[in-house]
Write a protein that binds this ligand. Structure first.
Ligand code: TPP
Ligand code: MG
Length: 411
């Protein structure tokens, strides 16, 4: 039988700009003051539809803040947020240099996305649970983790609190309710919904927050999470961080539609898109979502619209797949500069104070590194002893692990 002469094709998306091309994003049509704030305790998911298709912003291009979403933070709170972001940026830059000089095996920066975890964690209560990705280590600064402890983890030395079981930057911080970062991306999303349901079942005033990348949101885990969050009305804040890239794959490959935020609406979830480089908007949207979750009105699905300004990780070279200066064209600008400008605009900060802050933090990071290597460096150790492979996982070691333990340790 003759084959039918039909040419089959599929549509394969592409990135808007490739190396050698000029990146030019259109400026956003959404401005501070565009949207009223619905009552988080009573509004329906449909009531959030224009927030999902729009973009919540508070900071304008001149450093002013306006609109109903302005959280009205004090100058002290704003300076605290700025300090955490500056610390994260300097910490990341120093750690990247360490990786390049062979003092760390691997590293991932949050460059361009510093506001995300910091503003959002500051908007939570301290009992709330954090299910992060490797792009939210900044939450630990808000929860009080020391840089020495973080560096010990990245080296995997004797003081690493997870004893070399994870890749660098895949932190765990039990004291801060910061759950271990998972290497298989996406798993945290449905786990977060489960913990949120446990809090609800126990009638505790706890909300869970989690983040997933644009790329990982194309995985099943994301959809299971939304289904369970909606069906069981879980007190969880579900963030999709759309930073435009999943290593070298553009976000267009994961969305298929105009935006990520609106995917929450047909699941019956309140859904909002927020400018992820606007500290104040992020803070405010998260506070709103927390209030909604804590009141029993359910989960909020948030698209955090941002741009991954740096490489995916120390193993990645973005010049192979995007224009080198693309991040400088991003309509959302830089999150650190924008909060700094806002503080200067309201008369509570200056360029001099900013430079002093940067210098102070840089020496704190250098000191922290010197302190951390007292517990072992990458080349020479000491490292956690081999028997820790078997400990601290099971309360009682199962017989087959006991056998392996004895074989390894020569007992
Ligand atoms: C299940 C799984 N598939 C693939 C990978 C390899 N991988 C690690 S990060 C990443 C890209 C994730 O991109 P995105 O979700 O957008 O997060 P981003 O890095 O931009 O924050 C991939 C494919 C992985 N770690 N786990
Ligand atoms: Mg991404």
């Amino acid at each position: 039988m003759a084959k039918k002469d039909t040419k089959k094709t599929i549509d394969v998306p592409d990135a808007p700009f490739r190396p050698g091309e000029e990146a030019s994003f259109e400026s956003w049509p959404w401005n501070p003051g565009d949207y009223a704030m619905p009552d988080p305790k009573t509004c329906s998911p449909e009531d959030t539809s224009e927030l999902a298709y729009g973009l919540v912003r508070v900071l304008d291009d001149d450093g002013g803040a306006s609109g109903e979403w302005d959280p009205g933070l004090s100058a002290d709170e704003l300076r605290m947020g700025l300090e955490h972001m500056v610390r994260l940026r300097i910490f990341d830059d120093r750690m990247m240099k360490m990786q390049r000089t062979g003092l760390l095996s691997f590293y991932m920066r949050s460059f361009g996305e510093e506001a995300v975890a910091i503003a959002q964690t500051m908007a939570l209560e301290e009992q709330d649970w954090i299910f992060p990705t490797y792009r939210q280590p900044g939450a630990q600064f808000v929860r009080g983790r020391s840089m020495v402890s973080m560096i010990c983890h990245c080296i995997g030395n004797e003081e690493d609190n997870i004893k070399g079981r994870q890749m660098p930057v895949h932190y765990s911080y039990r004291e801060g309710r910061f759950i271990s970062v998972s290497s298989p991306v996406g798993t945290q999303f449905s786990q977060a919904v489960g913990v949120a349901l446990a809090s609800k079942y126990k009638d505790l005033d706890e909300v869970t927050i989690t983040w997933i990348g644009d790329g990982a949101s194309a995985e099943g885990d994301y959809h299971y999470a939304l289904t369970f969050a909606s069906v069981y009305n879980a007190p969880v804040i579900l963030n999709v961080v759309n930073n435009q890239w999943a290593i070298s794959t553009h976000a267009n490959f994961a969305s298929g539609i105009a935006n990520f935020a609106a995917r929450g609406l047909p699941y019956g979830l309140a859904s909002i898109r927020v400018d992820g480089n606007d500290f104040l908007a992020l803070y405010s949207v998260t506070k709103w979502a927390r209030e909604r979750a804590a009141s029993g009105a359910g989960s909020t699905h948030i698209e955090v619209l941002t741009y991954r300004s740096g490489a995916h990780s120390s193993s990645d070279d973005p010049s192979r797949y995007r224009p080198g200066d693309e991040h400088t064209k991003w309509p959302g600008g830089d999150p650190v500069s924008r909060l700094k400008q806002h503080l200067i605009h309201i008369g509570d900060w200056s360029e001099e104070r900013h430079s002093e802050l940067e210098e102070r933090i840089d020496s704190e990071v250098v000191e922290a590194y010197k302190e951390a290597v007292k517990f072992g460096d990458l080349a020479n150790g000491p490292y956690p002893s081999a028997d820790t492979i078997f400990t601290e996982v099971y309360e009682e070691m199962p017989w087959h692990l006991k056998e392996q333990h004895d074989e390894v340790m020569g007992d």
